[in-house]
Design a protein around this ligand. Structure first.
Ligand code: HEC
Length: 121
C-alpha cells in the first residue's frame, strides 16, 4: 500500500525528530530556520561575517552580518522580534529564539571549562 506509506512517512519523521537532543535541535535551527540560515550572514558561531563586497559611488563597501554572540538574551530576543535592516524576518516563536541563543552560547563557551555541577566518576 504505497499511499499509506506516504501518509505515515511524515508522522514517522516528526516522531523521529522529537528524539533529537536540545543540542542537535538548536544546531539545526541555526542552520535552517524557516528561511535562510543565520550562519550565512552571522558566521558559524555568530561571530559576524562579511557577506559581500560591493562598490557604492566608487567606494568599496561590505555588507556584513554583525556579531551576535555577545548579546544578552534580552537584546537577542528584541532584535529577532523587530525588523532588522538587511536581514530577513523570521517570525520565530520564543522557544525557537531560546534554542538559537542556546546554540550560540554552546558554540562560544570556552571548550575546556565545561560546567559540571555534579561530577560523576
Ligand atoms: C541575509 C543576511 C542575514 C541573515 C540570513 C540573518 N541575519 Fe541577522 N542581521 C543581519 C544584518 C545585516 C543585521 C544588522 C541589522 C542592522 O544593523 O540594523 C542583523 C542583525 C541581527 C541581530 C541584532 C544584532 C544587534 O547587535 O543588535 C540579531 C540578534 C540577529 N541578526 C540574529 C539572526 C539570527 C538568529 C538569524 C537566523 C534566524 C539571522 N540573524 C539571520 C543579516 C542577516
Amino acid at each position: 500500500m504505497p499511499h499509506l506509506f506516504l501518509l505515515l512517512f511524515p508522522l514517522f519523521l516528526s516522531a523521529e525528530s522529537s528524539f533529537i537532543t536540545q543540542e542537535e535541535y538548536s544546531t539545526q535551527l541555526y542552520h535552517s530556520p524557516r528561511g535562510i540560515g543565520c550562519h550565512l550572514c552571522h558566521g558559524e558561531k555568530g561571530e559576524g561575517k562579511i557577506v559581500a563586497k560591493y562598490k557604492h559611488k566608487n567606494h568599496l563597501k561590505d555588507f556584513k552580518g554583525p556579531a551576535i554572540n555577545t548579546l544578552s538574551y534580552q537584546e537577542f530576543y528584541t532584535a529577532l522580534t523587530e525588523r532588522q535592516r538587511g536581514m530577513p524576518r523570521y517570525f520565530l516563536i520564543e522557544d525557537e529564539i531560546k534554542a538559537l541563543y542556546y546554540y550560540l552560547e554552546q558554540r562560544n563557551r570556552p571548550k575546556k571549562k565545561k560546567k559540571k555541577k555534579h561530577a560523576h566518576k
